[in-house]
Structures are given as structure tokens and as C-alpha cells.
Design a protein around this ligand. Sequence first.
Ligand SMILES: [Zn+2]
Ligand SMILES: [Zn+2]
Length: 163
Amino acid sequence: MTEPKRVKLEEYLDDYAYTSESHIRKDGDTIWVPDVYCHNGHSLMVHGVLFDGKPAIHLRGEIGGAGGPRKDFYLSPIIGDDRKKGPELPDGTKVHMLCPICKEPLRELIPCTCRVGAHRYAIYLTPDPNELGAIGLCEVYGCPQSFVSDDGELVFERVVDED
Ligand SMILES: [Zn+2]
Ligand SMILES: [Zn+2]
């Protein structure tokens, strides 16, 4: 038995301006991203899979690392929500993430602290990656650590509470 991981959501910008146009939206206690893109500007949102009525983020993953069998994954667009649809894998499996449209690997951002050699990969809040709005997703299946930045500033980070 493994202990369930304790995960906390840090909010760094108290004054993020949520509007009906902002890249991150808020509705009551629910905070979500209405649209995300690969580095080539392809929208990754799909309406065929919904989480609480909101379109899912569609990614393709190569199971076990680059060159592995390709499977589709659908992630919740809600910040702090670990739900996803796709193949069930053992925690710790590496998933090399691709855009399902251009099939290019997502861009590598920064290392993840969950294990040596793990990295976080970028999907973007706008079609232009230079606008510096991004979500950093860890390539390790089951790792809940991620972050969201907008306009170059860190807005949210999910971290495992180690103690
Ligand atoms: Zn693409
Ligand atoms: Zn990780």
C-alpha cells in the first residue's frame, strides 16, 4: 500500500484579473482554462469528453517514453483536478506527450522534483507561446505536480507536501 500523496495548490497571484475573457477563468470555487494550445497554435480542447461540463484537454502520449505505443489522454481543464480519461497506467510510467494534431512532442520546460530526470512539458494558454501563458505538465504518470503561468507570472502551482 502506498500512502496517498498529499497535494496542495499554491496560489501566487491574489490579484489575478478573472474576467469572461481571461486565459484562466473562475466561476465560484471552480478555476479552469477555457482553451489551451500546442506550441504550433493547435487548440487541444475537445467537446467529446467533458469534466463538469467543460471541454477536456486532449493529448497523445507515447507510453514508456519517446517511441512507445501512442494512446489518447483527456485531462480535466479544472485547476487542481487530477481527473483524466485514457489508459490506466502504473504510477511512475513515463508518458512522452505529443500534440494530437501536429504530432510534435510538447516543449520541455523545467525539471520536476518527483523523480530524477523527470521534466515538465508545456501547453499554452494562447496560440502564441511567446505570450508566456503556459501549463507545465509532468511526464510521469500519476505525478500531480503542475503549474500555471500567465503573462510570464506564476499563478498556480500544485506541489506534493513532503512532510
Ligand atoms: Zn500541434
Ligand atoms: Zn513529476
